[in-house]
Write a protein that binds this ligand. Structure first.
Ligand SMILES: Cc1cc2nc3c(=O)[nH]c(=O)nc-3n(C[C@H](O)[C@H](O)[C@H](O)COP(=O)(O)OP(=O)(O)OC[C@H]3O[C@@H](n4cnc5c(N)ncnc54)[C@H](O)[C@@H]3O)c2cc1C
Length: 239
């Protein structure tokens, strides 16, 4: 019979994969898509709205949203925003074919369980492009639209990725351009789902702006992806 430590070790190993970089594609100056392959991805169970954790440094695990995958082929594509310096951003910048990396997951991060919406609105930033790509596949019959705030250099990224979201160029305060876009956006009639993700401060303000529309036939799917250290210190942990 297994001891409790053996059971614990087995549980911790569930969803742990040793993956290899097979491609690192430049989408735009600050956006990369890295393809990772592992034999164990074949039955990993990737699904729209799931997340994985990557060991991007000896003591650094970071969360990412698969942009695409092929179960039978045993690969997953991860979109990285090269935002400056950080173990995740640095790892993606330098990832080369043949490099190894530990991947944990996937686990469910955002629910895609919605009753056939008439429309969906997606709001986010560079870090949410993977999420935008996959959640759309769950509502093929809805009018899917939205906007993503990006640095001017990366404005072509949604188009290169084949995503139907409007690129909104970041200008001045982070999130201000996207808030303006939303202010000018008329929400369609019928049952709608609004996806809000990306930078925590922006996401919070967008959620508030949707709530102010007072539509009881609209549900909001919200998840903050990253924040500034001073905000994190206030205790809002991101997982
Ligand atoms: C569920 C979930 C899914 C996610 N999916 C993705 C994804 O698919 N693609 C993706 O790129 N990111 C994604 N993120 C966000 C990503 O995990 C964070 O941006 C993470 O902080 C990046 O790690 P790092 O080591 O590069 O930077 P860190 O060492 O964590 O941060 C270093 C500094 O950079 C700042 N920073 C972090 N991220 C950004 C950014 N994007 N823009 C500007 N400044 C930043 C931090 O505030 C800090 O000051 C996801 C996060 C969560 C919680």
């Amino acid at each position: 019979m297994a001891t409790w430590t053996q059971t614990l070790v087995r549980k911790l190993k569930v969803g742990a994969h040793q993956a290899t970089v097979v491609d690192n594609r430049i989408i735009s100056p600050n956006i990369r898509v890295v393809r990772l392959a592992a034999p164990s991805f074949v039955d990993a169970g990737f699904s729209p709205g799931c997340k994985v954790k990557l060991r991007v440094g000896p003591k650094a695990m970071r969360s990412y949203t698969p942009l695409g995958w092929d179960d039978a082929g045993g690969w997953v594509d991860i979109l990285f925003h090269l935002h400056g310096s950080g173990p995740g951003s640095d790892w993606a910048r330098g990832a080369a074919t043949g490099d190894g990396i530990e991947v944990r997951g996937p686990v469910k991060s955002m629910s895609t369980d919605h009753d056939d919406p008439d429309w969906t609105l997606f709001l986010g930033d560079e870090t949410t492009l993977g999420l935008a790509a996959t959640v759309r596949t769950v509502t093929p019959n809805a009018r899917n639209f939205g906007a993503v705030e990006l640095d001017r250099l990366d404005v072509a990224a949604p188009d290169v990725l084949g995503l139907q979201v409007e690129p909104v160029i970041r200008n001045g305060i982070r999130g201000a351009a996207l808030q303006r876009w939303l202010r000018d956006c008329e929400l369609p009639e019928g049952y709608g789902v609004v996806w809000i993700s990306g930078h925590a401060g922006t996401a919070k303000l967008l959620k508030q702006a949707i709530a102010e529309r007072k539509r009881n036939d609209v549900s909001v799917n919200f998840k903050a992806y990253w924040d500034r250290p001073k905000d994190r210190a206030k205790g809002r942990g991101l997982t």
